[in-house]
Ligand binder design. Structure first.
Ligand code: ATP
Length: 498
């Protein structure tokens, strides 16, 4: 992960926000290559989800909406995370990410240990318990630890659990609800009546505009409304680089179905679609899995939620949530606004509120997943047969920020440079391409490997001296080289960049 973060900075994928002022926790900037990669992820999703489907339309709604939207949706009352404060260090923790265990020796509780959630939470708690026993010179047999998070702590336990910041008990508060919506004021007044929120999800835009789309869009059930846009959450502990940040981008789609439709079948179809899409942009099957939310943990209106999980270096984590939400959202807005959110069914001559399946994914989490899956350090042989290290980003051509690098073999040979420039300009009309004439050719290949460019074309002496106007095509993954014509190069791109 450290190497990946370093590469992301070094090659201009991701910077800390406001870095010259020391950075701003939970906010990130995307550099030149990062902005291209992110745009490609968005564009692929939009093409596949909206343009290439007959049953989904796209919209773009405002980030700040009427505050009543968030009352009706339940966010004002319930969009909270459990928060625990350390009164001594002033650190704040998400209660469900702060784990503790009783240290039980010969059946008696000798004290408590705590750690922050990680891949190795249980092992770290066990080690902390053994350390506790050794330090306090307690004799006897340590019982296996039972890990719990702070939301499960009994009131009399809280004062005994040490703060991870100080290592001492007595400073942690009981968990309380913390609303994650960012507040702002709209207009010149800053009293209670002007309070508004930065949206914490894009989904409500689709629900609130449901009638507008139905009345203007010539859509018929089942159909979807999709949107890509920024969302904001005042996360208590932003972490794992861009995985959990306070400003991020979502790609969400609300798929409306008949109230009597087979929602479980539709849900499963969307889960499979999302998995297929992730593979189409290069995520390997081996890193993907499913997590079905247990029935007892679902919101009362929810029929079922399945998360597509990705194996990040810091653990298996949620990438894409696919929820069956019944008719909850439209019904809430109908009740709160007094405007019915119904559809007329020709067959039964009845009006009803459609049900919805919602696939919701974060662009930044996909971005991180493709970097993690694609990053490799390899030992390879250079032209002289010597071993060297190569860093390579195996990005799918669909999303790679640069599709082709055009390289004249020598920069002081007018004919080579002229042919390379002509090819470069022609490719540039359709694709993101890069022109590089500086340094040894092997070094130039390595620079492109590191940023995930799938192909390099070298304009060499065979190009200008031999018939056929062919170039050397060098592939990133296999590092193999072959000769190719301009027409073949365009055909190759046409096939892989879609
Ligand atoms: P988590 O449990 O990880 O906080 P969530 O279940 O609250 O996520 P949803 O509300 O379902 O997430 O949001 C849909 C998608 O938006 C998530 O699957 C994730 O890809 C993305 N997402 C949510 N919160 C963040 C965040 N703070 N930073 C980056 N992406 C996020």
């Amino acid at each position: 992960m450290d190497n990946l973060v370093a590469l992301a900075k070094r090659r201009g994928f991701i910077f800390q926000s406001s870095e010259i002022y020391g950075g701003f926790n939970g906010f990130f900037d995307y550099g030149p290559l990062g902005a291209e990669l992110k745009k490609n992820i968005r564009d692929c999703w939009w093409s596949d989800m909206v343009r290439r489907r007959d049953d989904v339309v796209g919209i773009e709604t405002s980030i700040i909406m009427h505050p009543k939207v968030w009352e009706a949706s339940g966010h004002v009352a319930g969009f909270t995370d459990p928060l625990v404060d350390c009164k001594v260090s002033k650190q704040r923790y998400r209660a469900d990410q702060l784990f503790f265990a009783a240290v039980i020796v010969d059946g008696k509780t000798a004290g408590y240990v705590s750690v922050l959630e990680s891949e190795k939470t249980a092992a770290e708690l066990q080690a902390a318990a053994e350390n506790f026993k050794r330090k306090k010179a307690i004799q006897g047999t340590l019982a296996p630890i039972v890990a719990k998070d702070m939301t499960e702590a009994q009131p009399d336990e809280i004062a005994l659990i040490p703060s991870p910041a100080t290592g001492e008990p007595g400073s942690l508060t009981p968990p309380r609800s913390f609303n994650m919506m960012f507040q702002t004021n709209v207009g010149a007044m800053t009293d209670g009546s002007s309070i508004a929120y930065l949206r914490p999800e894009t989904a409500q835009g689709m629900f609130v505009d449901f009638k507008n789309v139905v009345d203007t869009g010539r859509v018929k059930l089942p159909f979807g409304i999709a949107q890509i846009g920024k969302s904001f959450r005042n996360e208590i502990t932003p972490r794992n680089f861009i995985f959990r940040s306070r400003e991020f981008e979502q790609m969400e789609m609300e798929y409306f179905i008949h109230e009597d439709a087979d929602w479980a079948k539709c849900h499963e179809e969307w889960i499979a679609w999302c998995e297929g899409w992730l593979k189409s942009i290069g995520l390997p099957d081996s890193h993907l899995s499913r997590y079905t939310h247990p029935k007892e943990k679902l919101a009362f209106y929810s029929r079922g939620t399945v998360d597509i999980m990705f194996k990040y270096p810091f653990g298996v984590q949620e990438l894409w949530g696919i929820a069956a939400r019944g008719s909850y959202d439209l019904t809430q807005h109908a009740n709160a606004s007094g405007k019915p959110q119904e559809i007329f069914d020709e067959a039964s001559k009845k009006k009803f509120v459609p049900h919805v399946i919602e696939p919701a994914v974060g662009v930044d989490r996909i971005f991180l997943a493709v970097l993690c899956a694609g990053y490799a350090e390899e030992d390879v042989k250079d032209e002289k047969g010597n071993s060297e290290k190569r860093t390579v980003l195996r990005l799918s051509p669909r999303i790679a920020p640069v599709k082709v690098a055009v390289l004249p073999l020598l920069k002081n040979k007018e004919q080579l440079v002229g042919r390379a420039q002509a090819l470069y300009k022609k490719l540039q009309r359709r694709y993101a391409v890069f022109y590089d004439e500086a340094g040894a050719i092997g070094r130039r290949y390595r620079r492109q490997d590191e940023v995930g460019t799938p192909w390099c074309v070298t304009i060499d002496f065979d190009t200008i001296e031999k018939p056929g106007d062919t170039f050397t095509l060098r592939e990133r993954d296999s590092m193999s080289q072959r000769r190719i014509t301009e027409a073949e190069l365009f055909a190759l791109l046409e096939e892989h960049v879609y």
